[in-house]
Design a protein. Structure first.
Length: 325
C-alpha cells in the first residue's frame, strides 16, 4: 500500500480489507455499497452476495491513534491530545532500549496498556452483536452476507494459529457467532511474528466440533455400531442442542455432507475429515434443512458429548493467509 493508514479514506481502507480475502479478478464485479459495504457478483454461478467490513478497536483512543494522520508523531512532538480520554489512555514515557551488545539507549515513546484477554474478547463479542443487530437493515435481495472484522489490536502476535481456538473461543463468543445471520464471519488478525491471516469463525466452530465429535465417539463408543446415518443424526442433534442453526444435509456419492454457513463436512468416522468450502457459491437446493425432532437419537450420548465439549478444547490450524492487507 502506498498510503499510510491515516491518509486512507474509510472506503479505501474497507476495500483493502476486502481484498485481503477476496481477489478482484475472481469476480465479475465488486460494487461499493452501504449496508452492506460491498456487493459481489460471482463469475461461476452468477451469485450476488454482500460483504460488511468493520475494524476492532479496544477503545476510541486506539481508533484515533490508528486513523488520524500523524497523530502519534504530533504527540511525540509535544502537541495536544485530540480528546480528553486520550490523555487518560496514553502515557508519554522514556523507556530504555537495550541492543544485542548490551548498549542502552533512552527513547521517547507512547505507552498504552495492553487489554486483558477477558476485556478484549468482550469487545469482540460486542462488535459482532452490534453488526448482528443491524443485519435486518441490509440489502435483502442478496443471496447472503458475510462479515469481515479486522483486528487492529494485534492481540495474537507471537502466538501460533493452532492456539487461536483455545485462546479466543469461550461460551459467550460461541453464542454471539451462532446467533449471527451472517453466512460467515471472517476475523483478520496477525499471528506468529507477522503472519496476517483470516479465520472463518463459523467454519472454525464447525470443524472443531466435528473433530471433537470424532474423537469422542472413537474414545467412548468404539464398540457401538454407528453407521453414517446414525452419525449424522447424533452429530447434528448435538450441534442443535449447543445452539447451531440452519444445518443442512446433502446426500452426495453415497455419503452424507453436513453444511453450516459456508462450509460442508463429509462425515467419515475413523477417517480424515473432508471439508468442502463453498466459497460463497450457492448451497445446493437439494441440501435439506435438518429437523431437530429426530426421535431415534440416543439423548444420553448427546448429553455426554455436549458435556465433553465443555471440558476439552480444539487445536488445529483453521485459517488462511491474507491476500493483501
Amino acid at each position: 500500500m502506498s498510503k499510510n493508514k491515516g491518509s486512507l479514506s474509510k472506503k479505501e481502507n474497507e476495500k483493502n480489507l476486502l481484498h485481503s480475502i477476496y481477489k478482484e479478478d475472481h469476480y465479475t464485479y465488486i460494487q461499493d455499497s452501504e449496508e452492506p459495504d460491498f456487493i459481489i457478483y460471482s463469475k461461476h454461478n452468477r451469485n450476488l452476495f454482500g460483504v460488511e467490513v468493520t475494524e476492532l478497536y479496544y477503545n476510541e483512543t486506539n481508533a484515533r491513534m490508528r486513523n488520524l494522520h500523524n497523530y502519534s508523531m504530533d504527540l511525540l512532538d509535544g502537541k495536544d491530545f485530540k480528546h480528553k480520554d486520550d490523555k487518560k489512555n496514553i502515557e508519554i514515557g522514556f523507556p530504555k532500549l537495550i541492543s544485542d551488545n548490551g548498549e542502552e539507549r533512552e527513547v521517547k515513546a507512547l505507552i498504552r496498556e495492553v487489554p486483558k484477554l477477558f476485556d478484549y474478547l468482550a469487545k469482540v463479542r460486542e462488535l459482532i452483536a452490534i453488526k448482528n443487530n443491524r443485519f435486518d437493515s441490509y440489502n435483502n435481495e442478496l443471496s447472503h452476507i458475510n462479515l469481515i472484522i479486522a483486528d487492529t489490536e494485534r492481540y495474537f502476535v507471537g502466538k501460533q494459529l493452532t492456539l487461536f481456538y483455545s485462546t479466543f473461543v469461550n461460551e459467550e463468543i460461541i453464542q454471539v457467532i451462532l446467533n449471527s445471520q451472517f453466512r460467515e464471519i471472517f476475523f483478520i488478525t496477525t499471528v506468529q511474528k507477522n503472519r496476517k491471516v483470516y479465520i472463518p469463525l463459523k467454519m472454525l466452530l464447525f470443524v472443531a466440533r466435528y473433530v471433537q465429535f470424532k474423537e469422542f465417539i472413537n474414545s467412548n463408543y468404539e464398540d457401538l455400531i454407528i453407521n453414517e446415518k446414525k452419525s449424522v443424526e447424533l452429530f447434528c442433534s448435538s450441534l442443535i442442542a449447543q445452539g447451531f442453526k440452519d444445518l443442512r444435509i446433502l446426500n452426495v456419492q453415497n455419503a452424507y455432507e453436513i453444511i453450516f454457513g459456508n462450509t460442508g463436512i463429509i462425515l467419515a468416522i475413523g477417517q480424515n475429515t473432508n471439508v468442502h468450502m463453498y466459497s460463497d457459491n450457492t448451497i445446493p437446493e437439494e441440501a435439506a434443512l435438518y429437523g431437530s425432532n429426530c426421535k431415534n437419537v440416543d439423548q444420553k450420548i448427546i448429553e455426554h458429548f455436549n458435556k465433553d465439549v465443555m471440558e476439552t478444547t480444539f487445536m488445529g490450524e483453521v485459517g488462511f493467509d491474507c491476500i493483501k492487507y
